[in-house]
Design a protein around this ligand. Structure first.
Ligand code: ATP
Ligand code: MG
Length: 485
C-alpha cells in the first residue's frame, strides 16, 4: 500500500476553507452570540423590573383586605361588604382571586379554590410565588396579618395575561431592533468582504487567463497591501522560471546553431565522396550517410526555428504591421521549384491581409505549412495558399488534396516530435509545434480541417487585424497575385 505525503505546510482539504468563509465565520458567529446573550440579558432585566412592578400592584389589594380584618366574638372576620370584595377582583386583563384564611387553613373569606401558600408565611412578611388556580398559572401575593386570636393569611392571585403580554412585548421590543442591526451589520460585512476580496479575484483571473508560457510579472498595483508581498513573491518565481526557460531556449538555439556548421561540412564531404569512384557497397553507405546528414541538418534547422518561436527567442518589439500576402509572395519563389520537382500544382490566391506580426516568424510558419503540404501530398496533387480578410481578422491558409490528418490526430500533431503513425518521409515532428508557438506568440488561432470535398488537409491561421490606422498595406506591397508553378 502506498501513501501520498502532503507537501510540508499544506493545509488538509478539510481545513482549507475559503477566506470569505473564514472571515464570515469569525464575524458572524461572535456577532450572533453577542446578539443572543445581549437580548437574553436585557430581557431578564426588563422582565425582573416588570415583575417587581406588577407584584407591588398585586400587593395593594392584599393590604386593602388586611385593613378590614377584624376580631368579632373572639374570631377574626373580614369586615368588607361583598360589593367591595367584588370591586377588588375587577381587572381588565386578568382574573383575580383572593382568600383570607387562618393559619390552620380555615377559609374566612374569598374563593375556596385558592391553594394554601407553598410555605408558611413568616410573621409580618409578604411573599410572592407562582401557583395554579382552576388549572391556570397565577402569581400570588401572600400577607401575614397578626390578630389577637391567631394570625390570618391573605392571598391575592392574578392570572398571567398581562405579565405574559408584557414579556412578549419586551421580547419583541428587544429582539427586533437587535436583529435588524445584526442583519444590517452582516449585509455590510458581506459586501465589505466581497469588496476586499475583489482584488484577489482579479489576480486569479489575471493568472487564469494566461497561457503556460506567459511569464510576464503580474500587475499587483491594484492588490491590497497585505496581498502585495504574495504578488511580489509570485513575480520572483515567474522571473526565475523565465530565466530558466530563457537559458533552456538559448541552449537549444546555440546547440542547433553549433550543429549546423559541422553538418553542412559533413554534407559537402559526403557529396564530394559520392562523386568519387567507389564500390557499389561504398556508394550505398555514402548515400545513407547523406540522407542521415540531411535529416540531422533539417532537425537542427527545426530546433533553431522552434527556439526562435519560443517566448524568449524573439523580441516582443519585433512585431510590425505586415501584409500576409507579401509573406506568401516571398515564399512562392522558394517553394514553387520544390513543388515542381514533385509535379504538384502549388497555387497562390492572395488578397491583402494586414496584421501585426514578426516577419521572420511568419515566414517560418508558412514554410512549415507549405513544406508539410508538399511532403505529404502525392505527385500531381494540388496545393493552394490563400490570404484574405475575415471581418477584422487576417487569415492565412494552406490547403492540399493529400491524405489529410485524421480528426483524432488533429490536436496531437501540434505536440513536439509527434508524427502521425505511418507518415511518409523523414520529418522530425517539429513543424506544427513551431507553427503553434508562432501562433501563440501572435495571439492568433490555428485550426486543422479537411480540404475541398472533405479531402486533404486545410490548415487555417487567423491573426488579429492591425490596430486602426495601420489597416492599409505598405506602399511598396505588390497587387493581388494569383499564380502557380
Ligand atoms: N498537409 C499534411 N497532410 C497530411 N499529414 C500532415 C500534413 N501536415 C502534417 N501532417 C501530419 O502531421 C504530423 C506532424 O507534422 P509536423 O510538421 O509537426 O512534423 P513532420 O512534418 O513530421 O516533421 P518536420 O515538420 O519537423 O520535418 C506529420 O508527421 C504528418 O503525419
Ligand atoms: Mg512538417
Amino acid at each position: 500500500m502506498t501513501a501520498t505525503a502532503a507537501p510540508p505546510g499544506a493545509a488538509s482539504p478539510a481545513r482549507a476553507r475559503s477566506l470569505r468563509q473564514q472571515l464570515l465565520t469569525w464575524l458572524v458567529v461572535p456577532l450572533a452570540l453577542l446578539l443572543v446573550s445581549g437580548t437574553l440579558f436585557s430581557y431578564w432585566v426588563a422582565l425582573r423590573s416588570a415583575t417587581i412592578t406588577y407584584d407591588r400592584a398585586l400587593l395593594d389589594p392584599a393590604l386593602a383586605l388586611a385593613e378590614h380584618v377584624e376580631t368579632e366574638s373572639g374570631s377574626p372576620v373580614l369586615d368588607l361588604p361583598k360589593v367591595a370584595q367584588d370591586v377588588l377582583r375587577i381587572d381588565s386583563y386578568d382574573r383575580i382571586y383572593f382568600s383570607v384564611s387562618r393559619m390552620n387553613g380555615e377559609l374566612l373569606a374569598g374563593q375556596p379554590e385558592m391553594p394554601a401558600p407553598p410555605q408558611t408565611v413568616p410573621e409580618g412578611h409578604r411573599i410572592f410565588y407562582y401557583s395554579i388556580v382552576n388549572s391556570e398559572r397565577v402569581r400570588v401575593a401572600a400577607l401575614y396579618v397578626p390578630q389577637p386570636n391567631g394570625p390570618v393569611v391573605i392571598q391575592v392571585a392574578e392570572t398571567m395575561v398581562k405579565r405574559n403580554r408584557l414579556t412578549r412585548e419586551i421580547l419583541i421590543g428587544e429582539t427586533v431592533p437587535d436583529l435588524m442591526v445584526a442583519t444590517m451589520a452582516m449585509v455590510l460585512v458581506w459586501f465589505g468582504i466581497l469588496r476586499s476580496l475583489a482584488p484577489l479575484e482579479r489576480l486569479r483571473v489575471e493568472i487564469a487567463q494566461r497561457s503556460a508560457r506567459d511569464l510576464r510579472p503580474l500587475d499587483g498595483s491594484y492588490a491590497p497591501t497585505e496581498v502585495r508581498p504574495l504578488v511580489a513573491t509570485l513575480n520572483d518565481l515567474l522571473g526565475n522560471l523565465r530565466d530558466a526557460l530563457d537559458a533552456q531556449q538559448r541552449f537549444t538555439a546555440n546547440a542547433a546553431h553549433q550543429l549546423r556548421t559541422p553538418l553542412a561540412g559533413l554534407q559537402t564531404q559526403v557529396e564530394l565522396a559520392l562523386r568519387q569512384p567507389a564500390s557499389e557497397q561504398m556508394l550505398r553507405s555514402l548515400d545513407q550517410l547523406r540522407s542521415a546528414t540531411v535529416r540531422a541538418a533539417h532537425l537542427a534547422n527545426q530546433l533553431l526555428a522552434l527556439s526562435r518561436a519560443e517566448p524568449g527567442g524573439h523580441r516582443p518589439d519585433s512585431l510590425r504591421p505586415i501584409d500576409l500576402r507579401s509573406v506568401a509572395q516571398d515564399a512562392a519563389s522558394t517553394w514553387v521549384p520544390r513543388a515542381l520537382l514533385k509535379e504538384l500544382d502549388l497555387g497562390f490566391e492572395l488578397e491583402p491581409a494586414m496584421t501585426v506580426a514578426d516577419a521572420r516568424l511568419l515566414r517560418d510558419l508558412l514554410d512549415n505549412l507549405i513544406e508539410n503540404a508538399i511532403r505529404y501530398t502525392p505527385e500531381h496533387g494540388r496545393i493552394t495558399v490563400r490570404t484574405s480578410r475575415e471581418g477584422s481578422a487576417a487569415v492565412l491558409s494552406v490547403e492540399d488534396d493529400g491524405p489529410g490528418i485524421p480528426p483524432d490526430q488533429r490536436e496531437s500533431v501540434f505536440q513536439r516530435f509527434y508524427r502521425v503513425p505511418g507518415s511518409i518521409g523523414d520529418g522530425s515532428g517539429l513543424g506544427l509545434a513551431i507553427v503553434q508557438e508562432i501562433v501563440n506568440a501572435h495571439g492568433a488561432r490555428v485550426d486543422i480541417g479537411s480540404g475541398q470535398d472533405d479531402r486533404g488537409t486545410l490548415v487555417t491561421v487567423r491573426f488579429a487585424g492591425p490596430p486602426p490606422g495601420q489597416a492599409r498595406p505598405p506602399a511598396n506591397a505588390a497587387g493581388p497575385g494569383v499564380g502557380g508553378p
